[in-house]
Design a protein around this ligand. Sequence first.
Ligand code: FMN
Length: 196
Amino acid sequence: MSVLLIAGSPSDRSRTAAVLEAVGQRLELRGQQVDRLRVRDLSPQALLLADFGHPTVSRAVGQVARAEVIVVATPVYKAAYSGVLKVFLDLLAQDAFKGKTVLPLATGGSPHHMLALDYALRPVLQSLGAKQILSGIYATDAQVPLTPEGAYQVAPDIAARLDEAVNTLLRDTLQVQQTNAGRFADVPFSQVLCSV
Ligand SMILES: Cc1cc2nc3c(=O)[nH]c(=O)nc-3n(C[C@H](O)[C@H](O)[C@H](O)COP(=O)(O)O)c2cc1C
């Protein structure tokens, strides 16, 4: 299973990225191949002016195309997802998430906007053709505190929810892959032989 982590915060030191990385580490420990994409590393001009042909954009679009699972993380900005994530998603083809499983994550200053995952981000993921969107995980800033060493770390309650989400992801996605592996290939109608 190939997984792409998309970090949607414009901040260099980012709580959202810490939550996302915690998911990435769990998947790697379970033997999954994990690729990473920080939207803040793409050309800001290419993002804002919708330059589809820019090398950083085409590389990122290729990463999305190769992934079977997307874990997308965003800070809540003004009761929705971040602007940088939006301008990146706008550069993707309409069916860029077709056949993919998506796990959405968000962090916010308070619990008040936790539903932004469902009313703002989920419809966009759906419109990109995601096959399955798992229940999102929302962490407040207090649940991603700074360690004395100056790194963000997820609190035990969020860590437990991430464990659960990774278990669900592996169980659901591997199950779908096994189902597909055991399936007969589609036969075009023109090749169907009939006898009476
Ligand atoms: C421009 C801006 C707007 C924000 N708007 C909200 C908001 O509407 N609701 C909320 O709960 N937090 C809001 N926050 C707080 C961030 O969502 C929160 O601190 C988040 O963890 C930052 O993630 P990051 O460290 O990955 O950038 C806002 C922060 C900024 C900078």
